[in-house]
Ligand binder design. Sequence first.
Ligand SMILES: Cc1cc2nc3c(=O)[nH]c(=O)nc-3n(C[C@H](O)[C@H](O)[C@H](O)COP(=O)(O)O)c2cc1C
Length: 194
Amino acid sequence: MTEDNLNGRLRIAVVIGSVRRPRLADPLAAWLERELSAVDWVDLDMIDLAAVSLPMHEMQPGGAAVSPIAGRLAGADGFVLLTPEYNHSFPAPLKNAIDWHVTEWAYKPVAFVGYGGSGGIRAIEQLRTVFPELRATTVRETVLLPMAWEHLDADGRFVPPPGTVRALRATMNELRTWARALRSLRLADQAGRA
Ligand SMILES: Cc1cc2nc3c(=O)[nH]c(=O)nc-3n(C[C@H](O)[C@H](O)[C@H](O)COP(=O)(O)O)c2cc1C
């Protein structure tokens, strides 16, 4: 992280919150990856919690030393959480991954892409109550994908309904604003401590 890249590219980590097999997360994550790979200011890192071992019984707050994704989260300037809604909340593995890490989230923005019958809005609103404890801020703009299973083509690819790409653009623009500002803040804080 240097002063030089303050207005340059930002490292954005997408965290895939469902670990089920099969899962709707797959076509949605593939769509997100296609969209975000094309954004010129984004260096994308797709973090699939299904491919990561974070045993719940070994979780310690700040247990980053043994987390396989701590470095990737620490290197991110901002996050996009892809979350389904389970029983009006977000998945347990996503909470576990959040709880495993502390400083990795701090002074960074978190945006949400939600899905489920209702678009995941209740899962997202619950996630908003979690992140202030980790000194992270949440992005107001959101992408909601209600009944996303009805928007798969014959090959199982997600075909976004009207307005979805616009919502993603608005969400990413707000994420960029926060990510730039908070990167400055982290730099200033580091300099102040040096
Ligand atoms: C245990 C469970 C609970 C669910 N509860 C809700 C719910 O409260 N609200 C909702 O909109 N959808 C709910 N759903 C539907 C899921 O959001 C939907 O199946 C989604 O595609 C699951 O994502 P995944 O396949 O990537 O895990 C639930 C699904 C499961 C498996």
